[in-house]
Write a protein that binds this ligand. Sequence first.
Ligand code: ZN
Length: 318
Amino acid sequence: MHRISLSNTEFEGKNSAYLLDDGNETILIDTGLFSPKIHLEFQQELSNYGCSTSDIDIILLTHWHADHVGLAGTIQEESGAKVYCHAKDSPLVQKDPSALHELLNLAEKRFEEWRIPPSKLDPLIDVLKLGHKLGGPPPHITNFNDGDQIESENYTFSVFHLPGHTLGLSCFIPTETNLAFVGDAVLPVYTPNIGGADLRVTSSLSQYRDGLLRLRNQNLDIFYPGHRHEILTPTTRINEILQHHRNRLEQIISLLTNPTDIWDLSTRIFGPLDGIHTLYGSGEIFAHLEYLESMKIVDSSDGLYSLTSLNPDVHSIF
Ligand SMILES: [Zn+2]
C-alpha cells in the first residue's frame, strides 16, 4: 500500500490518497483536487510505483469534498475505473443540480441565522465556488451504505459510515486487517470540522461522537487519514478529539454570560475569520450550540443563544 501525497493549497493542507496494487488489481482511495498540476503530480506518484492512471480498477471515495473527489471523473475516463461513494454524498460528487441547490439554500439560511456579516459573504461564496470547480468533472458512481461489503477480485472492504464532517463520510476497513482508511473522520494534527463542512448534517456533534465511539470499539491498530500521516494510536487520537469537543463545549458555556449570536462567539473564540474559515469557525460553534440546546443547557431565540442554568456540568452530558 502506498500513500500518494498531493498538493492542496486551498483546503486543509496536503491530501493523502492511497494506492493498493497487488500486481493484478489497482485500487485507489480518494483522489486530489481537480487541477492540471495535481493531475500531473498524481501521475508522477503512480509512475514511482510502476503504475499509471489507466491501470486503476476501483476508486473508493470517503466523502464529497473536492480535495478528495476532484480527479475521480478524470481518472475514471482514463481507466474505466468503477467509482464508489456513500449514497448520501454521491449526489454532490455527481453535481446533481437539486443537491447543489439544496446546499446553497441551506447556506443562505444558515449564514443569516449565524449572523455572518454581509462583508464576509462574498469572499466565502468565492471559496465555495472554487471548491465546486476543483470538484472536477463528475464520475459515474456506484452507491454504498453503512455495513456494505465492497468486493473486488482480490480485496474486500467493509464500509463504516461515520457522519459528522459530511453526511455520507465513510471509512473503509479491508477485511482481515486491523486498519482503516478514515478520510477526514479522524485526522492526525487538527480536529475535523463539523457543523460547517457539510451544512446538511443535523445534530453533527452527537452523530460524530457516536460514530467515533463505534469506530473506537473496532479496536483497530492503524488509521490512514485523508490528510497527512498515518495514525498509529487510533484510540488515543479519538480520545483527544472527544476531549477537544468537551473543551469547546465548556469554553462556549463560559462565554455565554450574556445572550449572544454565533458570529460573535466565533470571533471571540477564533479571532478574525475569513474565506472558508468564516464557514468552518461559525459552523463549529453552531454544532456545539445545537448540541447544548438538545441537552437543554442552552436556549435560542431569533439567533441569540443563552444559558438555561448556571454552571452546567459538561462531563455529565458529553
Ligand atoms: Zn473533508
